[in-house]
Design a binder for this molecule. Structure first.
Ligand SMILES: O=C(O)CCC(=O)C(=O)O
Length: 263
């Protein structure tokens, strides 16, 4: 049965040609408020948990690992502002429920081409007013290629939880850059430099800035080059990014299999 959650054939074509497809205003304003309440509960919990984890620094950013949770802080050795939490669904029951929402899962089933799907990973991506840092051009696949035998089958959905603009550091992609698989990283001597895509490997003029309203979705290919600028405004720019895979496979961090219950 085809429902409104399935991708139309023109959306499927765009996803394959451009490496991403946007669906605008899929979650209502009220739902977005509720999700942000859940997100902030998860952030408070992660902050508390981070007091007891293993601390390390990479390129001047503080990371804390606790079991299979990683909390990344804004640059600066002692910043207490969280930039990324991965994975996040286990921190709050509403986030856990959200990852099985048919509006996220339906298009992902079409992209993967299977009814049975499972969770690969999920990230809360926070850019707080005036301090949210940017993220240089990169692909997700080089982070995952050593842990997954299905790196081509790890589609993401980005749920925008605030109106995203150029000024607050909206998500940006290089249109069509997913077609060449894993590209070489930079060799700039930094610890994480190898994860940023070598600028010689792509054409920056194909950049598309996705200025989308809260409640909108971007489905994007694990090989697409993407990134974002810092948040220079007085408003939040929060997002939840969830990555799926075919059913029955272990998640990235905990190794537990988290099959999605199809509603
Ligand atoms: O900061 C952003 O919006 C980009 C997020 C991102 O690139 C990622 O999580 O892989």
């Amino acid at each position: 049965m085809i429902t409104e959650n399935n991708l139309t054939s023109s959306e499927q074509l765009s996803y394959h040609k451009d490496g991403y497809v946007v669906r605008k205003n899929i979650f209502s304003k009220t739902e977005v408020i509720e999700i942000n309440v859940a997100l902030e509960r998860a952030v408070s919990k992660a902050l508390l948990l981070s007091k007891t984890g293993d601390v390390y620094h990479l390129d001047g950013k503080r990371f804390v690992d606790l079991d299979y949770l990683t909390v990344q802080f804004e640059p600066g050795r002692d910043s207490e502002t969280i930039r990324v939490i991965e994975p996040a669904h286990q921190l709050d029951k509403d986030l856990k429920e959200l990852i099985a929402d048919p509006r996220l899962v339906g298009p992902i089933q079409d992209i993967i081409g299977m009814k049975s799907i499972s969770l690969w990973t999920d990230k809360l991506n926070l850019k707080r007013p005036k301090e949210g840092s940017g993220f240089g051009w990169h692909q997700d696949s080089p982070y995952w290629v050593h842990n997954s035998e299905n790196v081509d089958l790890l589609p993401n959905v980005y749920l925008s939880l605030d109106d995203a603009t150029l000024e607050n550091g909206c998500f940006k992609v290089i249109r069509g850059s997913h077609k060449k698989g894993c590209l070489p990283g930079t060799d700039d001597g930094t610890q994480l430099g190898g994860f940023y895509t070598d600028p010689k490997a792509f054409d920056e003029t194909s950049e598309v800035s996705l200025e989308i309203s809260a409640g909108s979705l971007v489905f994007f290919n694990p090989h697409i080059i993407h990134g974002s600028e810092p948040n220079l405004t007085n408003t939040q720019r929060r997002a939840y990014i969830i990555t799926y895979q075919p059913g029955g496979l272990p998640t990235l961090k905990s190794g537990e299999v988290k099959n999605i219950k199809i509603r």
